[in-house]
Write a new protein. Structure first.
Ligand SMILES: [Zn+2]
Length: 210
């Protein structure tokens, strides 16, 4: 429909574009679902993107993976009337008004089709979103495919590298085939086995280096 909102084949997920410097240029996505659309992390606010998102049904929720990727959350909340979701450990003065603050270690469900998984490491309150019908995991800055393969981007770690690796292990138990990060490549695995083989190989290499 527009060059600025790109749909991933058959997933009901769109890449919003309009990356914001305030979110360190991170990608944001829109999940289109009957129970209410979810905006994952915050794009830069523009009226054009607002109109595009409204044509896709707007957003009921804005899920923020962690405190780095919140950018124009307040403007989006005002313009789309979405409820913002962020882990309490990530809340500061700029996000104090977020409507839903996740507490503890979850997991938390948004209906039957969405699970929020606490993946501490990059930051203490980093959370991934699993969209079950299309097996899509949104990882924020927790884990991504970079130029040289899988990465937890240690140099940007703000909490604990060992905890981040433990949280990568948690991903072995999650049923997903797509991985959509804030930075890096969007990845489609052949199937869940393929995903687990790939993650195990990464973890083994990392454990040897520690
Ligand atoms: Zn981050």
């Amino acid at each position: 429909m527009t060059v600025h909102v790109v749909k991933f084949i058959d997933t009901g997920v769109y890449h919003c574009g309009y990356h914001s410097d305030k979110s360190f240029g991170a990608a944001s996505y829109l999940i289109v679902r009957a129970e209410g659309n979810i905006l994952v992390d915050s794009p830069r606010y523009t009226t054009k993107l607002e109109n595009n998102l409204k044509m896709l049904g707007g957003a009921r929720y804005m899920f923020l993976t962690h405190s780095d990727d919140v950018a124009d959350h307040e403007k989006w909340s005002n313009h789309l009337g979405c409820e913002r979701i962020l882990h309490l450990l990530e809340v500061d003065h700029s996000t104090a008004a977020v409507e839903i603050k996740l507490e503890g270690s979850g997991p938390w469900n948004l209906g039957d089709d969405v699970t929020l998984v606490h993946t501490p490491g990059h930051t203490e309150g980093s959370v991934c979103l699993l969209y079950k019908p299309h097996k899509v995991l949104f990882t924020g800055d927790h884990f991504a495919m970079g130029e040289l393969g899988w990465t937890i981007a240690e140099r940007y770690n703000k909490f604990s590298v060992p905890k981040q690796l433990s949280s990568v292990k948690l991903m072995l138990d999650l049923d997903f085939e797509w991985m959509l990060p804030g930075h890096g490549r969007r990845t489609k695995f052949r199937d869940v086995e393929d995903k687990n083989l790939s993650l195990r190989a990464f973890l083994e290499t990392k454990m040897q280096l520690l």
